[in-house]
Design a protein around this ligand. Structure first.
Ligand code: PMP
Length: 403
């Protein structure tokens, strides 16, 4: 008999999703997948990393590379990031930067930093699943964050009840899962709303830089810094990542914020894992320094063509009544199906009949709505696979709709 362990209440909120089971079927031969929001491994700068690891392990550097290091992160990498942030309109020093093990760790720490059980987190409907998973452990309530919301702030605060509204979380550039970008006016409106609510803004910039069309929009933190002139006066906390540009497997991300937030996050980092991998930070630094912009511009060209291929195929193959987003960057297109079609049912059918996978949309909604939606990722399929996959999707959809 299994022992009944007395787990903490927070574990009730931490559930494995049912779709994980279905996605295990992806190994089957002939399967096409638009499910994982992952970079194409063929585009990793693998040779550069091979050199960087060889350098880090050379006699002159190996003692440092294999040793413990400071919780804040490898200083040359923080200096390099500070330079990038200045280019994005966020001049800051290395003391404003904490290196994390991917931006996912930053989301966990920010949940820990702000949320007591019952506190309110404002999130978009839908929102990045991993953010909900990270915050869930701290037992918040979720309220819907609408960009250009015209609800009075008092209404949101009242809905929050005793647990205060602690932060608004969003991924403003080419969001996961919708691919949508919040424009400059939306960002300004959000800043004004956060002032009224007196809450933090968590700006998840995981896809920043992967723009294929349209003009750059300044980060929310850059807009706030222009207004306030001092990072310590800003309520926005910026989370960056090398996962989508250089490598997700090395787990290197960063947070930019005022000194008080950074010093608290450093305490968490010390308590949780002391620091992110020293050698991985050194390797990321060397590869980034040697040609980050050229590498990202290569990614933008390839992913941009894949996005175009997906949008073209959707226009040709989707039946009446299906709508989709037109992302200016990132990795995702979001489909809204006629009300009566369930994304989860469609996935079952699609895997069984057409060997095609994607992610049903419902899991991205904190309130469990959104059953008639799904997320397609175009980053890890060739243009030919995209054309074929969307044709398969058209067939299962037409069947589901009884056409
Ligand atoms: N934020 C968003 C919006 C994401 O899509 C992801 C990864 N899918 C992450 C954060 C986490 O990325 P990482 O921890 O690899 O930086």
């Amino acid at each position: 008999m299994t022992t009944q362990m007395k787990f903490a209440a927070r574990m009730d909120r931490m559930k494995a999703s049912e779709i994980r089971e279905l996605l295990k079927l992806l190994e089957q031969p002939g399967m096409l997948s638009f499910a994982g929001g992952i970079p194409d491994p063929a585009l990793f700068p693998a040779d550069r990393f091979a050199e960087a690891y060889a350098d880090a392990l050379s006699p002159a550097r190996q003692a440092q590379a294999l040793q413990y290091s400071v919780s804040e992160g490898y200083l040359p990498l923080r200096d390099w990031i500070a330079g990038r942030m200045a280019g994005l309109g966020i001049p800051c020093g290395p003391e404003n930067i904490l290196i994390t093990s991917g931006s996912q760790q930053a989301l966990d720490y920010l949940g820990k930093l702000f949320l007591s059980p019952g506190d309110t987190a404002l999130v978009q409907w839908p929102t990045y699943l991993g953010a909900l998973a990270a915050f869930n452990a701290y037992e918040p309530r979720y309220e819907r964050l609408e960009i250009n919301d015209n609800r009075p702030a008092a209404e949101i605060t009242a809905a929050a009840g005793d647990g205060a509204v602690k932060f608004a979380y969003l991924s403003p550039d080419f969001a996961n899962p919708t691919g949508r970008t919040v424009d400059r006016a939306g960002r300004a409106a959000l800043l004004a709303r956060a002032e009224e609510l007196d809450c933090a803004i968590i700006e998840d910039a995981a896809y920043q830089g992967l723009r294929y069309e349209g003009e750059e929009v300044p980060p929310i933190l850059a807009l706030e810094l222009t207004q306030k002139g001092d990072l310590d006066a800003c309520r926005t906390i910026y989370c960056g990542s090398f996962s989508k540009t250089l490598s997700p497997g090395l787990r290197v991300g960063w947070v930019v914020a005022g000194a008080e937030v950074i010093s608290r996050l450093v305490l968490m980092k010390q308590a949780a894992d002391l620091h992110s991998s020293t050698i991985n930070q050194m390797a990321i630094h060397q590869v980034a320094k040697a040609g980050f912009d050229a590498h990202v511009s290569g990614l933008r060209a390839v992913y941009g063509r894949r996005r175009d291929a997906m949008l073209r195929a959707l226009a040709a193959e989707m039946p009446e009544g299906v709508e989709w987003t037109r992302p200016e960057g990132g990795m995702f297109v979001w489909l809204t199906l006629p009300e009566r079609v369930s994304g989860a049912f469609l996935l079952e059918q699609s895997i069984a009949k057409e060997k095609l996978a994607f992610v049903p949309g419902q899991a991205f909604f904190a309130d469990g709505t959104g059953g008639n939606s799904l997320r397609l990722s175009f980053s890890n399929s060739s243009e030919a696979q995209i054309a074929e996959g969307i044709a398969r999707l058209g067939r299962v959809l037409r069947q589901a709709l009884g056409e």
